[in-house]
Write a protein that binds this ligand. Structure first.
Ligand SMILES: NC(=O)c1ccc[n+]([C@@H]2O[C@H](COP(=O)([O-])OP(=O)(O)OC[C@H]3O[C@@H](n4cnc5c(N)ncnc54)[C@H](OP(=O)(O)O)[C@@H]3O)[C@@H](O)[C@H]2O)c1
Length: 432
């Protein structure tokens, strides 16, 4: 006879209903494989009368948080509400009452992960949150278990499906940013307010969790350079295509001499790099381990069933563990420096784009300003803007330079008489 595991679930939204559907669909398989049966006994939502795309037969649905927290017969609590409160209070209370907890809450874990882990350790109860980083991609467990032989020396990730969908449409169909965003909304890949996604904040939250997991330490949001995709244009994609690059919103963690680089920004990467082939809403995490070398995990970073797949796996992991229980978003031994390199001190090769008046000498004038800021030009080319008299686009690639110098040079160039609007920089990463 299968051992019954009773679950209390907070939230029956996109992920919560996905979880119900997987629990219902995998009953027989789980019993045969592991001799356990998951039973969602209680769920807490805002509106219990709402119709939901899942069979809730046998689940007691209410708005009363304590119906789950006070129930000593429940074996495990699942938090799928999202946001800070009441999710934080729910997780703390459940752990304090001796219940293992599974969550998918990236916003909360990015901010309070270390605190939650301390509580889990004190309570000697597991806290697992696989779905908080790459949706259905099993990255945290892979790092924790399968890559335990490695020191991870670099992490490069596409961890926001909305922006990857938008960038794919801009690249493959030549759409403008707003046209691509509209299609993302129509297909359910962008929220009504897309700011968290398109400005890179969602990816930065996941990078904080990933960094804490791989590198150890705690990284405030303010330490992470975060730039989104809303300033990208068709011209930038045409330039990238012509020069053998793809443009991806990357979340990067890198070890530099005595500091870490943690950054989220659009990046020109070689078209032949595995990350360049990650299309549409897919996510991917590309790692370098000192023993395994390069490894990439790719899959759906969001959605009902993909995300619930990771939540379900955490639940089964907890229920089938026989060894000492550990938390899943834990601090690795701090082999890496913990100081985050200020964005200004970072170095990169850059693609710079300026709108200029088509007059003799303008390229030389811009190159002179760059030179004054210790920036050397690798290539520069100008072309007229179609249908706009005497206005040109100037594309410049500069050798590896310090970000502060590049920003100061752009600010100076923007003030020249023969430039228009604001210069744009996009970082180039040839060796990821
Ligand atoms: N959706 C994804 O693809 C995805 C991917 C990765 C991670 N996640 C994470 O998974 C979590 C859940 O996301 P989701 O997309 O499933 O959210 P959602 O569709 O908005 O569902 C949230 C659920 O929580 C309930 N809820 C919200 N506030 C509540 C409160 N104060 N008290 C009681 N119940 C409350 C809602 O109840 P009602 O239904 O009655 O309103 C709803 O059932 C979030 O942390 C999110 O970041 C989601």
């Amino acid at each position: 006879m299968a051992k019954k595991i009773k679950l209390g679930v907070f939230g029956l939204g996109v992920v919560g209903c996905g979880l119900v559907n997987i629990v219902n669909g995998r009953r027989e398989a789980l019993s045969q494989a592991h001799g356990i049966e998951l039973e969602i006994v209680k769920a807490v939502v805002r509106d219990p009368t709402k119709k939901r795309p899942a069979d809730l037969f046998g689940i007691q649905v209410s708005t009363d948080m304590n119906s789950i927290l006070d129930d000593d017969t429940l074996d495990l609590v699942v938090e799928l509400i999202g946001g800070m409160e009441p999710a934080f209070t729910i997780i703390k209370s459940a752990l304090a009452r001796g219940k293992p907890v599974v969550s998918a809450n990236k916003a909360l874990i990015a901010e309070h992960g270390p605190e939650i882990l301390n509580l889990a350790r004190q309570a000697k109860r597991p806290f697992f949150a696989e779905a908080s980083v790459g949706g259905g991609i099993p990255i945290l467990k892979t790092l924790r278990e399968s890559l335990v032989a490695n020191e991870i020396t670099a992490v490069t990730a596409i961890i926001n499906g909305t922006t990857n969908f938008i960038l794919t449409k801009m690249e493959e169909e030549g759409l403008s940013y707003y046209e691509a965003l509209k299609i993302a909304g129509e297909r359910g890949f962008a929220e009504a307010d897309p700011t968290m996604d398109v400005e890179g904040f969602d990816a930065a939250q996941k990078l904080r969790i990933l960094a804490a997991h791989t590198l150890g330490g705690r990284y405030p949001q303010g330490d992470i350079l975060c730039e989104g995709v809303s300033g990208l244009t068709e011209h930038h994609f045409a330039f990238a295509r012509k020069h053998g690059f793809a443009i991806k919103l990357l979340a990067l963690a890198r070890r530099r001499a005595d500091a870490l680089e943690l950054r989220v920004h659009p990046t020109l990467i070689p078209r032949l790099h595995p990350l360049a082939s990650v299309r549409n809403e897919f996510n991917a995490i590309y790692l370098i381990g000192d023993a395994v070398g390069e490894i990439m995990l790719s899959g759906r970073g969001a959605g009902s069933l993909p995300t619930a797949s990771a939540v379900y796996a955490d639940i089964v992991d907890i229920c089938t563990r026989t060894t000492t229980i550990e938390a899943s978003v834990e601090s690795a031994p701090a082999a890496w420096p913990t100081r985050v390199l200020p964005a200004d001190e970072a170095q990169s090769e850059y693609y710079l784009h300026f709108t200029v008046l088509d007059k003799p000498g303008v390229i030389g004038e811009i190159a002179t300003v760059l030179g004054r800021h210790h920036i050397s030009v690798r290539s520069a080319a100008a072309e007229l803007v179609p249908n706009v008299e005497e206005v040109g686009e100037l594309d410049v690639i500069v050798h590896r330079s310090r970000e502060r110098d590049v920003r100061q040079a752009i600010a100076e160039i923007d003030k020249l008489e023969r430039t228009r609007g604001q210069g744009k920089l996009i970082r180039i990463a040839r060796d990821l």
